[in-house]
Design a protein around this ligand. Structure first.
Ligand code: FAD
Length: 424
């Protein structure tokens, strides 16, 4: 395995870093001020998007783009280090049209939309003219197990009718959010539990769609929103069904793999920034006649953080590479693994940085408090850690089952006892 970034990726990394330094970071204070005043997205966002597009830094995430679609058509492996750079500044992804959940939604539409759905929804998303959200989780059922989902869809008079309640729907409060991709129960109880759900394209302004509230995550209220939404007798034409009826689960799998890799790489970018901030702080802050950097425990925090970040990055890159190779089973397990590793990494590394910063680390004056909150949220969003650990454990156990007894020779029991494998 070659661990070097390709020449193309190295060039794009330099371009992206330089673009962010020159044009995006100088707006950071203005972005926060604007959002605090309720002006979102800030007026300069469209100019930044146009500039990024003109410099070839647009839709960097989507492999398999057609020639007539805007973007670079990078593989997951090539995009991952770029997501890391964007991740350092959480609002930066929008400048490059690489924000969640649009990236996952564009992947989904790219794979399953009809030509008419493409024209109406995918193309404006690729052009950055609108935003979208993915509505799966529900307050009334344990959404870690999506077979529980209860929002119903049925056919009536040539239309699809939706009824239900969703929550924590990221992006739905963005003023440009025009599309909800809604996961609904369309089949009868009984039968294959994984063939009873469908995805429906619901325009945000459809009568019966109500944005009830934007839910704060810990103390943080995100301007694009993690929203509770009700669907009350919502009617859309049957042509708004995405893919096959009953194929919602299979399609969700296709969407979630790359999206999770993007989340993980953005996390790694935030951890890198937290580590840099931590190191700089330890070199300038003195206690008891020594710099913080001179204390053994602080050095250990720094070293542990470096080791953990590098391990996580390698694991994420391998998952991205396997996804590109279309090693479906293995990449699914890898994606589950990195989702757990990256979320835990973020709370651990950022926690150390916060401690080094003292009280300031808990204030909004540094990005650390937000990074920690996001790391905590990562342990739940896109499936809680426990579900992903279950996927990894099941894969290990399947492998062990397939070669049961093969380890017998490693035992040093008397030979007559080894004749029959004793491992259960
Ligand atoms: C910031 C944020 C953004 C989000 N964005 C979106 C979005 O855009 N769209 C969307 O649809 N949803 C979104 N979600 C919701 C998220 O996907 C769900 O919260 C998540 O899937 C867990 O579902 P739940 O909250 O219903 O927890 P539950 O399913 O009730 O699970 C509760 C707990 O049970 C335990 N558990 C579950 N399964 C197992 C298991 N197999 N083994 C052991 N323990 C287990 C875990 O500890 C878990 O935390 C978002 C959530 C957050 C926090």
């Amino acid at each position: 395995m070659d661990f070097e970034y390709s020449p193309q990726v190295q060039t794009l990394r330099q371009q992206l870093e330089s673009f962010i330094d020159r044009y995006v970071l100088p707006y950071n204070s203005a972005w926060h001020r604007s959002v605090a005043q309720g002006v979102y997205p800030p007026p300069f966002m469209e100019d930044l998007k146009a500039l990024a597009r003109s410099e070839g830094l647009w839709n960097l995430f989507l492999p398999g783009l057609r020639d007539d679609e805007p973007g670079e058509g990078l593989s997951n492996l090539a995009y991952a280090p770029l997501a890391e750079i964007m991740g350092r500044l959480p609002w930066a992804s929008e400048v490059f049209n690489c924000s969640a959940p649009d990236t996952g939604n564009m992947e989904l539409l790219h794979l399953f939309a009809t030509p008419e759905q493409n024209r109406r929804w995918l193309r404006p998303l690729l052009d950055g003219e609108m935003r979208s959200a993915f509505a799966m989780s529900e307050p009334d059922v344990a959404s870690s197990d999506p077979t529980n989902l209860q929002t119903r869809m049925h056919h009536e008079g040539g239309q699809l009718v939706l009824q239900g309640r969703k929550w924590f729907i990221t992006g739905a409060a963005h003023p440009n959010c025009k599309l909800l991709i809604v996961m609904c129960r369309s089949g009868d109880e009984g039968g294959d539990k994984h063939a009873q759900h469908s995805m429906v394209l619901v325009p945000m302004d459809t009568p019966g769609v109500t944005l009830v509230r934007n839910i704060a995550v810990m103390q943080h209220q995100s301007p694009e929103g993690h929203c509770e939404i009700t669907f009350s007798n919502v009617r859309v034409p049957v042509t708004h069904l995405l893919g096959q009826e009953g194929a919602g689960f299979a399609m969700a799998q296709a969407r979630l793999g790359p999206g999770r890799i993007h989340h993980c790489m953005r996390t790694i970018g935030q951890c890198e920034l937290a580590l840099t901030l931590m190191c700089e702080r330890t070199l300038e802050r003195q206690v008891f006649d020594k710099y913080l950097a001179d204390f053994a425990n602080v050095q250990e925090w720094i070293a542990e953080s470096r080791l953990e970040i590098d391990q996580a990055r390698l694991l994420v890159l391998r998952a991205a590479w396997r996804l590109d190779q279309e090693e479906r089973t293995q990449s699914r397990v890898d994606v589950s693994a990195i989702k757990v590793v990256a979320a835990r990494l973020q709370t651990r590394v950022v926690n150390r940085a916060m401690q080094v910063f003292g009280a300031m680390g808990l204030s909004p004056d540094t990005p650390l408090a937000y990074f920690w909150t996001w790391g905590r949220a990562m342990q739940l969003l896109d499936g809680p850690d426990e579900v992903h650990l279950r996927t990894v454990a099941r894969h290990e156990l399947d492998q062990a089952r397939a070669c049961r007894g093969a380890t017998a020779a490693y035992f040093t029991l008397p030979e007559q006892l080894l004749a029959e494998p004793r491992i259960r």
